[in-house]
Design a protein around this ligand. Structure first.
Ligand code: MV4
Length: 457
């Protein structure tokens, strides 16, 4: 087992990794930027080392700084968390060259999944359902028009280096295509320095459903069921849950089997997520795979009782997965609300000093946060300040526990989106489990009890 792990991250996920390390008896090294000197991950790590100024590009995204910190402190592994360098095949390669274990999949697998057109091809070959679309990249407008004509409109043009919604254009007719093609390419080139795009049939108002997998270095690979993440705004997830209200045990078993076979086909190791679109008729299509721990991993932990971060560390150290697929039992229902430091109506970030922070835990409630009373939320990083995760015997108990917890939470000094979450939790469609990626658009367009249209305020 590792003796010392460097955590190349900040915030609640850095703390989450520290918890896992402490439980496994592994020493920790926190890295931090000048803006994070007084943060909890620094306080609770065994050692800490400043890696640069507040700007992420100069600190948490700086590979030489992270590697030097690991060398200087004698860390034998690096956990990247999520965001920042978590899906950097380059960091994984440099780790390999420096004989530091990267806690994540092999660099080749990170690279494969980072190329969405290639991932699509490989997944198709492995028997995973994909949407009709181009075989690979689309090199010209003419080729895009031909594929679109074959599969029928609407179509979506996607950046192969994309993800998270950047470099995407929906096209509803041939007339719109040339402009959309150019825009998608230009956007992709600007965002990822790779302008390559591909084409897929566009699915209206799908659900976003993702499967969690875990694999070791001995060919053992399991799935931990799915998470429904349809409640998003501008590709930022707001509420996630497991299981999905849309999946039967039978479908879960079938999709789980497909995902396990596909992950085995690419020799997937460590934790990963296979994202699918589910169309209104209940059909699944592979969208992309994330080669990292995800923000919403706790809902899976709550329904399976498996500590995903500890498993990540164990398998990276060369241990076998501590359980078999047949031992994975799903119990009850779990929901996560992401609490952001932002105006609940305008979504404008609201960093600053938190005078009072109080979230009262209780049965079936878990709180993951970097915040505490008298802490400062930096404007330099993500606005997510806490995740509240509840578990119940069924979905309605999980919802009731979430409402109770949010209603009794006190955050003074900055604005948070807790009022928005409280409105989502009583929305009739949400309560009925009628979810889709269009949920937030409809939710925000609906008149509120106070007569306001949220997006208009
Ligand atoms: C799609 C789609 C509909 N049809 N692909 C958004 C982010 C990127 N991961 C892929 N995305 C989408 N791809 C086809 N063929 C709709 C989306 C999409 C979406 C997906 C999941 C969650 C929220 C979303 C919001 C808008 C669009």
């Amino acid at each position: 087992m590792f003796k010392k792990i460097l955590i190349a991250n900040r915030g609640e996920v850095a703390l989450r990794i520290i918890f896992a390390c402490r439980e496994l008896g592994i020493k920790t090294v926190a890295v931090y930027s000048e803006a994070d000197e007084n943060s909890l991950h620094v306080r609770y790590a065994d050692e800490d080392i400043c890696i640069g100024p507040a700007r992420s590009a100069d600190s948490y995204l700086n590979v030489p700084a992270v590697i030097s910190a690991a060398e200087v402190t004698g860390a034998d592994a690096i956990h990247p968390g999520y965001g920042f360098l978590a899906e950097s095949a380059y960091l994984a390669e440099v780790c390999e060259a420096c004989h530091i274990k990267f806690i994540g999949p092999d660099p080749q697998v990170i690279r494969l999944m980072g190329d969405k057109a290639r991932a699509r091809r490989v997944m198709k070959k492995a028997g995973v359902p994909i949407l009709p679309g181009s075989e690979g990249l689309i090199e010209s407008e003419e080729k895009a028009l031909k594929v679109a004509k074959d599969i029928g409109y609407p179509i979506i043009i996607k950046a192969t280096a994309g993800g998270g919604g950047r470099g995407m254009r929906v096209v509803r007719s041939a007339g719109e295509l040339p402009q959309a093609y150019k825009t998608a390419q230009r956007e992709a080139e600007a965002a990822f320095s790779v302008g390559d795009v591909y084409v897929e049939k566009y699915v209206e108002s799908p659900r976003h459903i993702e499967f969690q997998v875990l694999g070791d270095h001995y060919g053992n690979l399991v799935h931990l069921g799915e998470r429904e993440c349809s409640i998003q705004r501008r590709h930022q997830k707001l509420v996630e849950e497991s299981p999905s209200p849309a999946l039967s045990e039978k479908i879960r078993r079938r999709m789980g089997g497909i995902v396990v076979d596909a992950a085995k086909a690419v020799q997937y190791r460590n934790a990963g997520t296979f994202e699918f679109l589910m169309d209104p008729d209940g059909r699944f299509y592979f969208m992309e795979a994330n080669t990292r721990l995800q923000v919403e991993h706790p809902v899976t932990e709550m329904v399976t009782g498996i500590d995903i971060v500890k498993e990540q560390i164990r398998v990276a150290a060369g241990e076998r997965l501590s359980f078999k697929q047949s031992e994975v039992v799903f119990t009850g229902h779990s929901i996560e609300c992401r609490v952001n430091a932002e105006d609940p109506d305008t979504f404008v970030p609201s960093p600053g000093l938190i005078h009072v922070f109080s979230v009262l835990s209780g049965p079936g409630v878990r709180v993951e946060t970097l915040a505490h009373s008298e802490c400062t939320i930096s404007p330099y990083y993500d606005s997510m300040i806490a995740k509240i995760i509840t578990h119940g015997r069924d979905r309605s108990e999980a919802i009731a526990r979430m409402r109770r917890t949010l209603e009794m939470s006190v955050v003074e000094g900055i604005k948070t989106n807790i009022p928005m979450h409280l409105r989502i939790l009583v929305d009739p469609d949400f309560v009925a489990g009628k979810l889709s990626t269009s949920f937030m658009e409809r939710f925000l367009a609906r008149p509120r009890p106070d007569g306001r249209l949220a997006e208009a305020v």
